[in-house]
Design a protein around this ligand. Structure first.
Ligand code: FMN
Length: 222
């Protein structure tokens, strides 16, 4: 893996502009092994700006992006994330002790555990917050914007993944971030320079899940 570009050498205007759209999205995957090196603020701005080109109902554009970079604030978030995640993942960790545990699931598990154990070192904790309707958060309004940010990270050479574990303690974290109750956070994207290469993610064949005119049974769905 390439070392991250030295600070001050990133040409934010040109970085990522040459990545072809479909090839980029076919090689976008969850990257949870990240370096602690800082990410320039202008680059954070660039990937978040990509988020703002997403569609939204009535073009309401309900997103706010809160990029936490301060070391102590990241430690505060990471400590809570780790606590909740380790409880959530415990049954899978136990199941993975069996030699029959599928190798692909084991990789995802090990990546997710690694992220939770190193989150305090990840240089950018990007929270994406939205809006409420009749008091309820509207996560679906942010799906396209979040995916755009992930794809922009891929284009500019950053590693990122989508996480939602913090929703368990959302009220506490939102207060910490200064988000009012009608602007709830929906996702946390840990972002940094990757320690691992981009890869084509493991996916079911499209031929298993594309239908024309009518759905039909094709073996056991996952
Ligand atoms: C709605 C949603 C919530 C997710 N929450 C988490 C999470 O809390 N922690 C985590 O490590 N990954 C989380 N992920 C990432 C998935 O585990 C990841 O997309 C999946 O393993 C596929 O990874 P790949 O693209 O590298 O194949 C989430 C993904 C989605 C779509």
């Amino acid at each position: 893996m390439k070392a991250p570009p030295p600070p001050g050498t990133v040409d934010v205007a040109s970085i990522g502009e040459d990545v072809r759209l479909l090839e980029g999205l076919r090689t976008s995957c969850a990257i949870r092994r990240l370096r602690p090196d800082p990410v320039p603020r202008e680059l954070v701005r660039k990937v978040c700006e990509a988020g703002t080109f997403a569609p939204s109902g009535g073009n309401r554009q309900p997103w706010s992006f809160v990029a936490v970079t301060d070391r102590e604030r990241r430690a505060w978030i990471a400590e809570r994330y780790r606590r909740v995640f380790s409880e959530y993942i415990a049954p899978a960790v136990r199941a993975a002790e069996s030699p029959d545990y599928p190798a692909e699931k084991r990789k995802v598990l090990s990546g997710a555990v690694h992220l939770s154990e190193t989150l305090h070192e990840v240089p950018v904790h990007l929270f994406v917050a939205g809006h409420t309707r009749r008091g309820l958060p509207q996560p679906q309004a942010l799906f396209p914007a979040i995916q755009n940010v992930l794809l922009a990270c891929r284009a500019v050479g950053l590693g990122a993944s989508l996480t939602t574990i913090h929703l368990t303690f959302r009220e506490e974290v939102d207060a910490f971030l200064g988000l009012p109750p009608d602007r709830p956070s929906i996702a946390l994207l840990p972002i940094g320079w990757p320690r691992v290469a981009y890869r084509r993610p493991v996916r079911r064949s499209i031929d298993e899940c594309l239908f024309f005119d009518r759905w039909e049974e094709r073996g056991t769905p996952r």
